[in-house]
Write a new protein. Structure first.
Lengths: 270, 314, 527
């Protein structure tokens, strides 16, 4: 019980810090993260540049803050797409007849059998790289988990007495769905959304690291790691901070999800 | 049980069909001409046109997919456009490395997660538990390619303890293991985290269950109780995850093989996409999807063996 | 020819140079800039628990990608050609200064009208499979190359050869449809390798058979290519090292780590970025020489506003090439203002000033006082172009030209930008061969890959004239005029010529720079 609160607070605090950082990044003039100063390139962390500079003399701290924006944007859009399409699909599968259920769930299973990164890779290959396309690819990958979760929850609730009673009382299918089933699924969906944010940040970083995500000169954490790798001999710190940022962001959203989940369990169980 | 297996097999076949069709369409939609990629920038346009015709690239998509499917059903996966070798031979060349890497990563994950998860479950709220939770949370959040870079920096560049990349060839088993150690560690860390967490949860649930209490009351030593009863009861959840992990491990290998320049399936996939090598990509997709589904299927069967109740429910 | 390679960091690696001027003197073969044991490198050179220490019998090399096969007539891939060079010979070859030298032919004569070439073959030459070379092999080779069914992407360079006579086993007579100034030097290229007569083309892709210093022992795609000394090689005492193990290591950072750890002995084709990392590391020596690799920002001359020559001139004036050389190449390049590298005997220097004020003025005259927006395509296979693109975008922003950077996959670039000419601006490198025609012909209006859509009839006429002129002095004058047209018309912004750089461990020596995109391995030595 105590742990639930710890997770919730720790996760919430990390996410808050990252949101604040991204907001600060947004407030910077747009040229700040891409302004070059080649004579001052590859400086180690020190006064003026707390995290050093990259190969074009761009300030790493500024790029890290502006990069937070890209990571969060991609993760939020992807999660929104997952919710927007996954929930109705799952609900239809759960409420509808056996046949519809079977087809939709086999499809979701099929997508599950395919590694998310590989699927996202193919989608980005078709659409071309870039912030929005990466978000779209990750959104497509996010649909099956939301659909599965919604379906499972709907099936679970459908069997409960009060839902049966509502149906017996003549309430319409869609009425039952909206008034009883979906509200019951809200908690788990929230937990899944938080976990999905973390997962999307990880995959976005991997795609950008492979050069398929966010495009230069805009910074993103994965892309910064990609660029840093060439300099690990002389400037290893370049590869350090973006990795820490990714880990912290994913950790934050995962903890937040866990905390929420524990909180819900307690409420349901208690 | 038979019906259970049959439904699963059918759904697996359907999935394979859908995935290979998707891969086919993807390369169709992608701009880029395999013929000019093979011949290069200075290629005479007529030579490119000739090659396109030879490769059968001028036929309609459906015809080509049908042909590919027909041949694949007969065990013929075609010839790689870039390597000029049979795709099946290429896959066989790459598969052992990826399988060994995946197995080593899984082994590392197990070695870390098993003691940590169990100990955390037994002493819930204790110091070990805290450590277990911390490992589980941080491990799951670290991007494996970053971990790969950091490991490379620490153990291959700063200290020349392990090779930085490249593959020595199967004739030197010792060198193979040391070449795969860092990548397996990078790949296994995240899996270890997820497993630790699951073990901790399922074992502590099992420990609370009646039959363990009964066993203890009967005078069986706590150690034996833990290992014999709890582990079996707790095996199911992690087993499922392990089935799903095969997919994640394979996906992770795409990036990690890239960092360490290892000639495995993961790198072949990336190469096939970027070089528009359709037969090779199709072969990879088929193989990866088959591997993942076989793993899931095996886990389902094991599941049914461990817990007989599932059979009837199937 | 822009050698394309199927891996990152490639352009920097395309180790090609054009004809090196004899006047370059003693250092023409490459300015050795070995550096060792500086304070920056505490990392000890003590090699390696990693790979078992290889015997000095084996040279371990890292190459960035797989070859596409070993058939010399079925590839234009720079990576492959660099390798097959060691398996095959041609009738003629070049020395480090770019002068033609005897290879399989010991002597050659041209008829007065330039339409017949007679070659005397070297005696005592055998293929790797042991059978002796005769004029029949040479005839069969060119027949196969010129047969349209072979689909040799480079065949058009040799199309003036109409027939080949073999009066005796050691004499080859080439009959030409017309005089071609570039032909003899084209015969020194790896694309004119001599194969055995009657060879089954299907086996060549994986089982090459040549007269070169090495032969193929094994190829495991993605893992390595192993070469073995050809026991029948005709030059006594060569090659120096019996086995060459070429590990395939695509990642530039991993290549460096492998070299430092001692699991690799030699790393040819370094990028400037890699060279800057290795400079001063103990136990490592760097050697460099200018290449023939010209980086350009190609302009789609058919699209507004680039139809206006003043806009194109403004782009050229708005780019600070020295910043590109520093930012993208880490100093391992030389700025240029034309489409020939400075080490070509036909190079005519053109001014390439950085003058943003004048650039703005030209844009205003063209009716664009506030600048304009455009898209710059960057092939993602080549990190150096992506870096160059970022530097150029930040510079052109200062004259009001707002560039949106657009990374495109190599396959997409080849088909959309290069093939269909659908782009505004893009950055790419082109690599010359021995004759100036191979680069300059790219801007003629009928050239199939004139993707800049540049049209200038005066220029077309000059290039056609240069190709048929038999007088070197006249050719020099023609090509100087052509280069000045390019500099004024700016069909593309000519940026820089990069350096070839090789890194070797201290015990490796004997590297030779040939002005071709090849790795010359026969003379490499190890202690």
């Amino acid at each position: 019980m105590k742990r639930a609160t710890v997770s919730l607070w720790a996760g919430g605090a990390i996410v808050a810090v990252i949101l604040f950082g991204a907001a600060y990044g947004l407030s910077l003039p747009s040229a700040a993260s891409i302004a070059m100063n080649i004579p001052h390139r590859l400086l180690p962390p020190g006064p003026g540049h707390p995290l050093g500079t990259d190969q074009f003399g761009r300030d790493q701290l500024t790029r890290l803050l502006v990069g937070a924006e890209a990571s969060l944007m991609v993760a939020m859009v992807a999660t929104a797409i997952g919710l927007l399409f996954g929930v109705p699909l799952g609900a239809v599968a759960g409420v509808g007849g056996r046949w519809r259920d079977e087809v939709l769930m086999r499809l979701a299973d099929g997508m599950y059998a395919f590694p998310a990164l590989l699927l996202a890779l193919m989608v980005v290959a078709v659409l071309g790289p870039g912030l929005f396309h990466t978000a779209l690819a990750l959104g497509i990958v996010s649909v099956p988990p939301f659909a599965r979760l919604t379906r499972a929850r709907v099936l679970e609730l459908k069997a409960l007495d009060y839902v049966e009673a509502a149906r017996a009382a003549g309430e319409s299918e869609s009425g039952v769905l909206w008034r009883h089933l979906l509200p019951g699924a809200l908690g788990p969906l929230l937990v899944q959304a938080s976990a999905n944010m973390g997962g999307a940040i990880l995959v976005e970083a991997a795609l950008s690291y492979l050069g398929l995500g966010v495009q230069p000169p805009l910074p993103s954490w994965g892309r910064m790691l990609n660029e840093a790798q060439a300099f690990f001999l002389t400037s290893p710190w370049l590869a350090l901070y973006p990795g820490i940022a990714i880990t912290a962001a994913v950790l934050g959203f995962n903890l937040l999800g866990d905390g929420l989940s524990d909180l819900l369990d307690r409420r349901v169980g208690g | 049980m038979a019906r259970f297996a049959a439904t699963r097999a059918l759904s697996a076949a359907l999935t394979l069909l859908v995935m290979t069709a998707v891969a086919f369409v993807v390369l169709q939609v992608l701009p880029g001409d395999p013929a000019i990629l093979v011949l290069g920038m200075d290629a005479d346009p007529t030579a490119v046109a000739h090659l396109r015709a030879t490769l059968g690239l001028n036929q309609p998509v459906l015809v080509r997919y049908g042909l590919w499917l027909w041949n694949a059903l007969h065990g013929n996966l075609g010839t790689s456009l870039q390597f000029g070798q049979p795709v099946a031979a290429l896959l066989l060349q790459r598969l052992p490395l990826t399988l060994l890497l995946t197995a080593m990563a899984a082994f590392i994950a197990l070695v870390i997660a098993l003691p940590l998860g169990m100990a955390a479950a037994v002493r819930r709220g204790g110091l070990v538990d805290l450590l277990g939770v911390a490992v589980a949370q941080v491990g799951a959040a670290v991007p494996s390619f970053w971990l790969a870079i950091i490991l490379l920096l620490a153990f291959a560049v700063r200290r020349h303890w392990l090779p930085a990349g490249g593959f020595p060839g199967w004739t030197q088993p010792g060198a193979v293991i040391s070449a795969l150690l860092l990548p397996a560690l990078a790949l296994g860390a995240a899996r270890a985290a997820i497993l630790t967490r699951l073990l901790r949860q399922s074992v502590s649930e099992a420990l609370r269950q009646d039959f363990v209490r009964t066993a203890r009351a009967k005078g069986v030593s706590p150690q034996r109780t833990l290992w014999r009863h709890a582990l079996r009861a707790a095996a199911i959840a992690p087993l499922t995850v392990f089935g799903l992990q095969v997919g994640e491990l394979l996906a992770g290998s795409i990036v990690v093989e890239n960092v360490f320049s290892l000639p495995g399936l993961g790198r072949l996939v990336l190469y096939a996409i970027s070089m528009r090598d359709l037969p090779t990509l199709e072969g990879c997709v088929l193989l990866i999807a088959t591997l993942v589904m076989t793993a899931n299927f095996a886990v389902d069967l094991l599941y049914a063996v461990i817990d007989p109740r599932i059979r009837s429910a199937g | 020819m822009a050698g394309w390679r199927s891996f990152p960091a490639a352009v920097a690696l395309a180790s090609t140079a054009m004809l090196t001027l004899a006047a370059c003197g003693a250092t023409a073969g490459g300015t050795a800039a070995s550096a060792s044991g500086s304070s920056a490198a505490p990392a000890s050179a003590s090699a390696s628990a990693s790979a078992p220490a290889a015997s000095p019998q084996t040279l371990r090399m890292a190459i960035p990608g797989d070859p596409v096969g070993f058939d010399p007539y079925l590839t234009a891939d720079a990576n492959t050609v660099a390798l097959t060079w060691n398996l095959y010979d041609q009738l003629v070859t070049v020395d480090t200064k770019g002068n033609l030298q005897p290879d399989l032919a010991t002597a050659w004569t041209a008829s007065a009208d330039g339409k017949t070439l007679t070659f005397k073959l070297r005696s005592g030459v055998s293929f790797a499979d042991g059978h002796a070379l005769t004029s029949a092999d040479v005839k069969a080779s060119f027949q196969r190359m010129l047969d349209p069914a072979t689909k040799d992407p480079d065949a058009s360079d040799y199309k003036v050869i109409t027939s080949i006579d073999t009066p005796d086993p050691s004499t080859v007579v080439m009959n030409l449809s017309s005089y071609d100034a570039a032909l003899l030097s084209d015969l020194a290229l790896p694309f004119a390798a001599i194969e055995p007569a009657g060879v089954d083309p299907a086996t060549l892709k994986n089982k090459p058979d040549g007269t070169g210093p090495y032969m193929l022992k094994s190829w495991t795609p993605g893992q390595d290519v192993v070469l073995e000394a050809n026991p029948h090689y005709w030059q006594p005492g060569l090659p120096n090292i019996p086995t060459v193990d070429m590990k395939i290591v695509p990642d530039p950072a991993t290549q460096i780590a492998d070299l430092l750890a001692g699991s690799v002995d030699i790393l040819p084709g370094l990028s400037g970025q890699q060279a800057s990392q290795l400079k001063g590391q103990s136990g490592i020596q760097l050697e460099q020489a200018p290449s023939g690799n010209i980086q350009i920002m190609a302009i789609n001359n058919a699209r507004a506003p680039f139809t206006d020559v003043r806009v194109r001139q403004a782009l050229s004036l708005g780019v600070d090439r020295s910043a590109v050389v520093q930012g993208a190449w880490f100093g391992y390049a030389t700025p240029v203002g034309t489409f020939l590298p400075p080490n070509s005997p036909y190079y005519a220097e053109q001014p390439a000033p950085y003058d943003p004020a004048k650039a703005k003025q030209l844009l205003a005259q063209a009716g664009l006082p506030n600048g304009f927006s455009s898209t710059l395509d960057l092939p993602s296979l080549y990190p150096v172009h992506i870096q160059t693109g970022q530097v150029i975008a930040s510079q052109l922003a200062q004259i009001g030209v707002k560039l949106k950077l657009n990374q495109v996959e190599w396959a997409t670039w080849l088909s959309q930008d290069y093939g269909k000419r659908q782009y505004d601006l893009t950055i790419i490198s082109h690599t010359g061969r021995l004759d100036p025609d191979t680069l300059l012909v790219r801007f003629t209006s009928t050239y199939p890959y004139n993707y800049e859509n540049y049209k200038n009839t005066t220029y077309d006429g000059l290039i056609a004239q240069g190709r048929t002129s038999q007088d070197p002095a006249q050719r020099k004058q023609i090509y100087a005029q052509a280069q000045s047209i390019l500099a004024n018309d700016v069909p593309a912004v000519f940026l820089d010529v990069s350096d070839n750089v090789v890194a070797m461990r201290q015990n490796v020596s004997g590297w030779q720079w040939l002005p071709l995109a090849v790795d010359q391995l026969a003379q490499v030595k190890m202690q």
